[in-house]
Structure formats: C-alpha cells, structure tokens
Design a protein around this ligand. Structure first.
Ligand code: CA
Length: 665
C-alpha cells in the first residue's frame, strides 16, 4: 500500500468511528471555506462569529467578561453552515468581552480555543478579545508611509530581538524590553553616545528585522517581573502581537497600539520593518489553537500517522492544505495592511511548499510589491513533503521575488556553524575562495566561478542577486565575535580577531545580494560563547550599549561599510546579467586572496571602476593591480569615502586579514 493509501485508510477509520457527522476519507476531501469573515466580524450592532471546524459534531461559543479568569457568562450553540463552518450572530455590542470556541468530536469536548484567526487576546493569549481595531491606531497612523525602496538589492537588514534592544541598564531607554523602546528618541549610553532608534539611524541600515513578535507561548505574561527570556520561536497566536512586549498585557488593545507605534516610529526614521514569521510549527501540537478546530488537518503526519517533525519542535504545519495555505497568505497580508509591515522572514521556509510561498508573494504584490520576503531555505529535520515541492534553497529559482539565506557565504567566511572550532576564509583557512566568490556575485551564475567548489551548493540556485541573503552571523549559533574567538588559529591575537571581524563584514556589505547583520555585531557584541541563547538570560542576550564607546573603531567601520554600499550602486546591482558583464575576478596566484573589479560605471555608479581586494591571509600580500590613478577608500581596517590616499603603482600591498577597496574616477 502506498503511504497515501495507508494514511487515507487511517483517517477513514478515525472518522467513521463516530456517528452523526460528516465523514472524510482524507484531508484532501475537507471542505474549503473561501470567505474573509473567519472568525469574528465585530460592529457595535452585531458580532458575527463563523468558525471553520468541519469534523465537529457540535460547536459552542463561550463569552467571558475577563481575558483569563472566571467562568463564561454565556454559552451558546453555533449552527452548522457552509463549507465546514459554524455560525452564530449576537445582536449586542460585545466590545470589551472575550470569547472562545469549543468543539465536540464523538463524546469528547476538546479544550477551548480562541481560534486561529484571532486578532486580539487577553493575557497569555487564551481567550480572544473583542475590540474596535480602529481605536488601536496611534495618532497620525493614516498618514504612516513605508520609507521609499527602489530595489530589493538596496536593502540592508538588521536582525534584532525586541527585548535585547533596550533591556540593558545602559540603554538609556525607559520602555525596557518593550515595543515602545523603538519610539524613544534622544537616548544615550553611559558615555553619552546615541542608543536605540537614533543609533539605527547613525548606523544607516534600511530594514529592522524583528525576531518573533507575534504572540508566543514561552513567556508567562502575568509574571513579567520574573524577567524570563525567550527568542519566541513558539507560536501561539499568529495574528496577535506578543503581550510581554507591551506595557499592559492585560489590556488587549495595548500590545496592538504599541506595536503600531513602533512601526510608525521606525518609518518616521526612514527604516522599514520586517517580521520574523514562524508558520512552520506551533508551540504545541494536539492542544494548539489550530488543532482544536480541526484535529490533525493543519499538520503533516508520517506514514504511521504519527506527527511528522521537520521543525524539530514536535510538529510541522501542512501549508499544502488549502485552509492552512489560506491562513498563511491572509495572515501576512493582515500584518502588511493592519500593521504596515514591510517584509517577512520565514522561519524554516523549507517546510512550506513552493506553491504557498508563491501565493504569499502574489498576495503581497497586491499590497505593495516592495514588501520583501525571504526565508531559511531548509528544514530542521526530514519532512513527508517531497523535496521538489519544498521552498528550499535549491528550489529558489522557482520562488521568484523570494530570497534565501546563503549558508555558503556564511560558513565560507567564518567556518562551519556546526563545528565551532573550525575557522573560515577570514581567519586564514585555505580553499574557500570559490565559496566566497559565489557569495560575492550574489549566488548567480558567473563564468569565473567553479561551481564544484562551494561548500554546500554545487550550482547556482537564484535567478537574481537579490534572492541571496549574505551574512556571517544571525541569532542562531555563535555570534561572530564568539565564533571567531572559538575558532582562532594558534597564536592569533585579539587585534587579529578584530581584523577577521571587519574583513567578514566587508565581504557581506560589498557582495551583490542583500546584506544582513545580527544586532550588536556593529558594537562587537559577544554572547559569552553560548551558541544557542534562545532562553539565556538578558546578561547574555542584551545589547550592552557601552560597547559602542569601548569598540568605537568597530562601529565606525561598520557605519563606513553601510555608507559605502548606500552611496555606491555598483555594490547593489539588481540584475544577474549586469553582474555577469561588469564584475570580473582578477587572476590571483595567491591562496586566500580574492580580487575583482566592478567596471564601466555599472548600475549608474559614479566611480568608473572599482577594485576590491580581499586578503584572508594573516600576512600582508602584494597584488598586481591594473594601471591607473587609484583612490584608496578602504585599507587596513579603515574606511574613508573621501579617500585615504592615491595609488599610482601597479604593485599594491594589502594588509594582513583585511580588505582594500580602490576606485578610478
Ligand atoms: Ca505571549
């Protein structure tokens, strides 16, 4: 028997065991509801409830006065309606009330659920809240605009955890660990240097990528004084902001209003906002708010009917099923419209199917095609979804307008993510040049790259450079400072570790594609050597803002790299053929040296020709450069866009473990 037949047989047995109900031979036979009125449409005159629960034999709506305590003041039966839905209308003003749904299958009443489309909740997200969304808009929200963006390749990403951003005593911010910290201007560290949103403006990044900020489960919102920490990859309610980041998680409107204030403030600062979305799994399986509506349907299963686990978190959702796909698509559109979100980073995007991701792209194009979408093009473990259907890196050519993280450049630069002690190109390791070059061209097909050599991919996987996210570190695994320290070659000094760091990010910011950094890397942050800090205390995860003063040289260098990229379109080419025609690698007979030119005022570049030389060796190297009057703007760990000096010799010496960038007018 095929896996599908076994599966169908099991479902069939499951469903025919009970009386008086609609029976389905397989999940493929479940009805699909295509309306846009799930699960509540509220007006002061009437609240219209409609919940999709096709296998329920009875559905109750429970109404509460309180978001977490006390018994229901009213319990009403819902009536079976079209396409697997159940309906109830209540002709009263239910504003400020709370509700849950509860379904019966056979003799068993399942746990109550606030539903999966819920937009507001009480504390800890257990009960849905009825509020007037219009009252959550901050002043001036109607005129809030996305900052301008011409091309995805103009983006510079900055990944930050809401709590890490402000929670340090030296952050200068009042709303520590809250969305509102992003609205505080004029904040300073101990030495009087800008922190918070002013710091982001100084740094020059275009997009803030917020780590999970939807309502997640692992933090008890009623015990915030415990100061517990979590990254938040444990989704509870996808369409609700996280309560612990609000000033009052008891008030359902507070988290919504304050999230919008954060977005508004970042937009005013010229910074776009990206949400990290984790539709690939839920915090719990059986008891998730999705599963309590239609048990099993929203998840994939193994052939033996056990829950499959491509997320490594105990379950994986089934984006290929129409109601799950509809949910994901409508959820991102909701965030993009209600909260003015400018982009989405899909956690373990490889768990989702290609068709769903393309539907997400299409739906967001209708809102605004400049909304950026990218994801992790892999799964955490095996999945029943066939590999050719997965939105994984090797299938990225089928995901137009969706980018993937380049683990090829990441691990080529810093060394293996899995083996902390293994160094990369920037620390002097041999034979990683082709992997680095693969990143430099933004992962596209280029005639001067030997595609048998990149460490993970053996061919190009993108159509355009903006589909490649170039990075050397993110929240996962060791941060850059810790990794470089852990993998340092024998005898390497602290000064050399700084050189490795600067060289790594020089490659990230000068490569074609979309550069990405982890918040605090620009301050030379460390995480005390801890590689998985998902629930480590603030003392490890927080941004220590005084590092900005002690590591001023690093901050200034990163700032220079971003300014270079921003001012010079040669480093952010949006078309593959333009890179093929204008980016040329120079022949190098030396190991661990990569040199290339960007020629002919490419992409509207003001400089005629640009020469980038990357020296991964721990000693200086002499490189033969083309004749001409070169202006040196980056050298030996310093950047000066006005020019450090001019070079007219063809024998040029690059300092150890560093980059030199030169141009001809
Ligand atoms: Ca929560």
């Amino acid at each position: 028997m095929t896996r599908k037949l076994i599966h169908m047989a099991l479902i069939s047995i499951l469903l025919t065991a009970c009386n008086n109900k609609v029976q389905f031979a397989s999940y493929d036979d479940y009805p699909v509801y295509d309306g846009d009125d799930l699960e509540l449409i509220y007006t002061p005159q009437v609240s219209k409830f409609r919940v999709w629960a096709p296998t329920a034999e009875q559905v109750k709506l429970l109404l509460y006065d309180n978001g977490s305590e006390g018994a229901a003041y009213q319990v009403v039966d819902m009536k079976r309606s079209t396409d697997g839905t159940w309906k109830k209308e209540i002709d009263e003003d239910l504003k400020s009330k709370f509700y849950t749904f509860q379904i019966r299958i056979g003799e068993k009443w399942l746990s109550e659920t606030p539903g999966m489309w819920v937009k507001a909740t009480g504390i800890n997200g257990k009960r849905a809240a009825i509020i007037d969304m219009n009252t959550t808009n901050p002043e001036g929200w109607e005129s809030d605009k996305r900052p301008p963006l011409a091309n995805y390749s103009d983006i510079t990403l900055y990944e930050v955890h809401v709590r890490d951003f402000s929670v340090s005593a030296n952050s200068g911010m009042k709303n520590k660990g809250k969305f509102l910290a992003f609205t505080e201007a004029g904040t300073k560290n101990t030495a009087g240097e800008a922190t918070g949103i002013d710091h982001l403006k100084e740094l020059g990044i275009s997009h803030v990528h917020l780590m999970p900020s939807y309502d997640y489960a692992s933090i008890d919102e009623s015990r915030l004084n415990d100061n517990k920490y979590n990254w938040g990859y444990d989704p509870l309610n996808y369409n609700v902001p996280e309560g612990s980041y609000s000033t009052n998680p008891h008030d359902p409107a507070s988290r919504i209003r304050e999230f919008k204030q954060m977005v508004q403030s970042l937009h005013k600062a010229g910074i776009r906002v990206i949400m990290d979305v984790v539709y690939n799994h839920t915090y719990t399986g059986e008891e998730s708010h999705l599963n309590l509506l239609a048990p099993g349907y929203f998840y994939r299963h193994n052939a033996d009917s056990t829950w499959s686990n491509a997320s490594g978190c105990g379950n994986e959702t089934a984006s290929e099923r129409p109601m799950m796909r509809k949910f994901i698509v409508e959820s991102v559109v909701y965030w993009a419209t209600e909260y003015h979100i400018d982009g989405f980073r899909f956690d373990l995007m490889g768990i989702h199917d290609i068709e769903t991701m393309n539907a997400v792209r299409e739906a967001l194009n209708k809102v605004d095609p400049s909304i950026f979408i990218y994801g992790e093009g892999w799964t955490a473990a095996s999945s029943p979804l066939a590999e050719e259907k997965r939105a994984v890196k090797k299938n990225a050519k089928l995901l137009n307008g969706i980018a993937v993280f380049s683990d090829d450049i990441r691990d080529a630069l810093k060394g293996s993510w899995m083996h902390a002690e293994i160094p990369g190109f920037v620390s002097g390791t041999d034979s990683l040049e082709e992997s680095v070059k693969f990143g430099i061209v933004g992962g596209i097909k280029h005639p001067q790259i030997d595609y048998s050599k990149p460490i993970y991919s053996k061919d190009t996987y993108v159509n355009e450079p903006s589909q490649s996210i170039n990075y050397v570190s993110c929240h996962d695994d060791m941060c850059l400072v810790d990794k470089l320290k852990e993998s340092k070659p024998a005898g390497a000094t602290d000064n050399e570790l700084v050189r490795f760091n600067k060289l790594a990010q020089t490659i990230v910011y000068t490569s074609q594609g979309v550069p990405f950094i982890y918040a605090g890397e620009e301050l030379y942050r460390n995480k005390k050597g801890v590689h998985n800090t998902y629930q480590s205390p603030d003392s490890i995860n927080r941004i220590d803002w005084d590092f900005k003063t002690t590591n001023k040289d690093i901050f200034t260098y990163y700032q220079g790299l971003i300014a270079l990229r921003k001012a010079h379109p040669a480093f952010r080419i949006s078309k593959a053929d333009m890179i093929q025609n204008h980016l040329q690698f120079m022949d190098s007979t030396q190991a661990n040296v990569i040199a290339y030119t960007l020629t002919g005022h490419v992409n509207g570049e003001i400089w005629k020709d640009i020469l980038v030389i990357l020296n991964g060796n721990r000693k200086s190297v002499e490189v033969e450069i083309p004749e001409g009057e070169w202006n040196l703007i980056c050298h030996d760990g310093q950047i000066n866009l006005n020019g450090i000096k001019t070079i007219s010799t063809t024998k040029f010496t690059v300092a150890p473990s560093s980059a030199s960038i030169l141009y001809i007018e």
